[in-house]
Design a protein around this ligand. Sequence first.
Ligand SMILES: CC(C)(COP(=O)(O)OP(=O)(O)OC[C@H]1O[C@@H](n2cnc3c(N)ncnc32)[C@H](O)[C@@H]1OP(=O)(O)O)[C@@H](O)C(=O)NCCC(=O)NCCS
Length: 166
Amino acid sequence: MTVSELAKELPDWTREYKPFWSWQPSRSLLSSIRAYQHHDGSKSTLAVIFKKAAVLRHRFWSVITGADIPVNAQIGGGLLLPHPNGVVIHPEAKIGVNCLIFQQVTIGTAGTHNAPMIGDHVDIGAGAKVLGNVHIGHHAKIGANAVVLIDVPPSKTAVGIPAKVV
Ligand SMILES: CC(C)(COP(=O)(O)OP(=O)(O)OC[C@H]1O[C@@H](n2cnc3c(N)ncnc32)[C@H](O)[C@@H]1OP(=O)(O)O)[C@@H](O)C(=O)NCCC(=O)NCCS
């Protein structure tokens, strides 16, 4: 399932908007990812140049933010990263639209190669880890520092280590 098939609501792109001169590293990082993916697949010379420029921007902003979000990450539109430091997202994880991810969040595998599938409008608290073949339903919330190893139903909150639905 692709991110666009996963998405049930429309992305709010204003959440990623950044005025050109404004210092907002997380939005600059996201912008480099969006630019890379926009030009990916096109064979035109100009697109190849823009893609390479996007990769350079992505490397720069990754260093500045301390986030490890791959340039080919499968992220729906409208992602908010208020404090991007320490955010790690596996390239195979799928993240729906309008999500909110706080600092030090890991979305990755747990031994196997399966990565999480995060629904739309999911808020993930600071320090939380979402690991393995888990599905986080639309509008769910993950508490700060939770370690999520189970599916979380839509609109529910999971907290604790290992996380339980409350
Ligand atoms: C998970 C969260 C969204 C829950 O908020 P909420 O819906 O208002 O829920 P409540 O505060 O009523 O808590 C519900 C229960 O979960 C517990 N709980 C809440 N957050 C928890 C957490 N992160 N870890 C463990 N337990 C938690 C509460 O103690 C409460 O338990 P109780 O019913 O036994 O009293 C919120 O607590 C949270 O962790 N948000 C992340 C915020 C964040 O990361 N901010 C960073 C800013 S820089």
